[in-house]
Design a protein around this ligand. Sequence first.
Ligand code: GLY
Length: 576
Amino acid sequence: MPPSPLGCRLAPLGIFLAICLIGQSPAAEQTGPPRAAVASAHPAATRAGIDILAAGGNAFDAAVAVGAALAVVEPYSSGLGGGGFWLLHRAADARTLMIDARERAPLAAHRAMYLDDQGQFVPERALDGPLAAGIPGLPAALTHLSTRYGRLPLGTTLAPAIALARDGFAVDRVYRDYAAFRRDTLRASPAAAAQFLVDGEPPPPGHLLRQPDLAATLDALAREGQAGFYAGPIAERLVTAVRAGGGIWTADDLRDYQAIERAPISGTYRGWHLVSAAPPSSGGVLLIAMLNMLDTLDAAALTGTERTHALVEVMRRAYRDRARSLGDPDQTAVPVEQLTHPLYAAGLIRDFDPRRATPSRLADLDCAPWTERRPADQIPPPESHHTTHFSILDRDGNRVAATLSINYPFGSGFVAPGTGVLLNDEMDDFSAQPGVPNVYGLVGGEANAIAPGRRMLSSMSPTFLESEQGIAILGTPGGSRIITMVLQSVLAVTEGAPVTDWVTRPRIHHQFLPDRIQFEPDALSAADQAALAAKGHRLEPLQRPFGNMQAIFWDRAHGRVQAASDPRGIGSAWVE
Ligand code: GLY
């Protein structure tokens, strides 16, 4: 059989070299930065981080405060009922690690749970209601981070979030838009409708939204630590409500949940050391793979359409591998060393043709029955504020990049009565039926099939970059587009662009399937579009911008710290 254009039949490499020092920065900081900084998707969360730093907390304490505050004021993005990935760097011993607080499939999960009697995927079963919810990881991450890395008690670091939940916050336009988008799903859960709607409708901007049950659950977490959520009355209420609503959680699912420390993925690109999320996120692996391919193409020398063409072709190839090979590393063999090896990247990109696009359908003829079919009832959300990201740097040089999620806006739309906890619908990130796309159009196969206790594959990509010039901390929400957005910001960093550029540059995206270049308004001129179409690319202009990048740069060369919050969102960046 002939090799496919994307090297699908590449023989396994005989030698895999370690490309990086996993878990260790190349150069420990000599001195701390001159300023601390916080950038998050909501001003109230940024404020919580500032207050905790001012109270003597370190970056990890501030991260607990920001993560918990976002759970209150951005219920459409993340929350105690969700999970995420936390990239940490501790300056004292130059240790870099990832806390994997990804949701797990319940122990009763099975691969047919979202299929109908004919074996066809029913998308809404994986998106709406408690059957769509994985076992949450955020509460475990908050307690893990606080007890292992923080200086302050959890009662102090959770206090801003508890106050926001108890006393209320003013509804903003993003909240209103997403509540309108998910109104019918929220209405189906009486406790969710009572918490997030007013008389069954999205509240108007300025409405003071109070969440007393959520305040009480946060308080239980503050007093009792992990057991305050995963055992006792809160856990009982969660399990009872989930099962009454058609879900399959058990007390064992909650009791067994643990956040896991993992070595992040690292690599180098043009003198910068990059660290990003490891599986079960696909972020770090794909970032290194794409940067390796760009290096092979010497893409830094390209401009205009030629650069866009090269970017699209590396995205296509990396997302093809995502679909084929990535999943929960504790349950499936993920070939990380191979996928992040420069020689493998050279093989993947060897059939790159500067004159024409490589059609994705030719990429995988012998690999999988992928389809571009998108269920008609899956309407993409209006923007990309589902999932959230924040970045923190303290004066000691400790840093955090955290990307947190409950998946689709307002997650599953289900609140367990008496808890205030909105459950995720992260189960849709599994490949529920091989080759059939999920809500983001992503396809997958065996490596990401549903299995009991398995963590579903993610795209979340909290990232650090480090060189002689400085240290960058960045990340963004945006579903399947997260990784390509971070890639484009990484390129901006390595080009020496200012931090405001990292968050504002217009974005393009390709994810293997659907085989189209999606792009923000203004990202491609009419001439660019014509030139790309002439190479055989299919183009999908998007009506609205996407992403909500939060970034910090400790510019060591000039002894300064800068931060920026994406103008597409309503967040705020603060430098001490
Ligand atoms: N739920 C989006 C992601 O984890 O990639």
